[in-house]
Design a protein. Structure first.
Length: 148
């Protein structure tokens, strides 16, 4: 969580975008930046460094990237973080629901996606995230957020 851009004491929840498409990253940052603290990483290895600083509540994850792909990122991320963020996989893959399930992702977003759908899924995943006092007992349970 981060302070709001205008310097007041409101705290904005973090969203980490992991995608090697700079234009997509910039668009997501523009669309979500008013409500959330948005950070971007071009690949999974860079994202592993960012999660230590950014502490995202939601991760928007591409699967195919150079250096470290989405699959490898998820494996490494879950080893190093105490309470993982909600992970939403972004891909054009035809079997995306199955891939998201195999990854243990909380949701998925089919590329190309509508920006309103992006806003909706981020809000739903944040709402589904356990409160801070209950985060320590998070288990693998199905998400109450829609996988659309």
């Amino acid at each position: 969580m981060r302070r709001s851009a205008d310097g007041d004491h409101a705290v904005r929840q973090g969203v980490l975008v992991i995608d090697d498409d700079d234009a997509l990253c910039a668009t997501i940052r523009e669309v979500l930046g008013e409500e959330y603290a948005v950070a971007c990483a071009r690949h999974g290895a860079a994202a592993l460094d960012l999660v230590k600083i950014h502490e995202p509540a939601v991760i928007l994850l591409d699967l195919r990237m150079p250096i470290m792909d989405g699959w490898s990122f998820v494996q490494q991320y879950r080893r190093v973080v105490g309470v993982p963020a909600r992970v939403v996989v972004m891909s054009a893959a035809g079997d995306l629901p199955h891939i998201a399930q195999q990854l243990g992702a909380d949701g998925y977003l089919r590329k190309p996606f509508d920006l309103n759908k992006l806003r909706t899924i981020v809000a739903a995943e944040l709402a589904a995230r356990p409160s801070a006092r209950n985060e320590g007992d998070r288990t693998d349970r199905s998400s109450s957020a829609p996988l659309t």
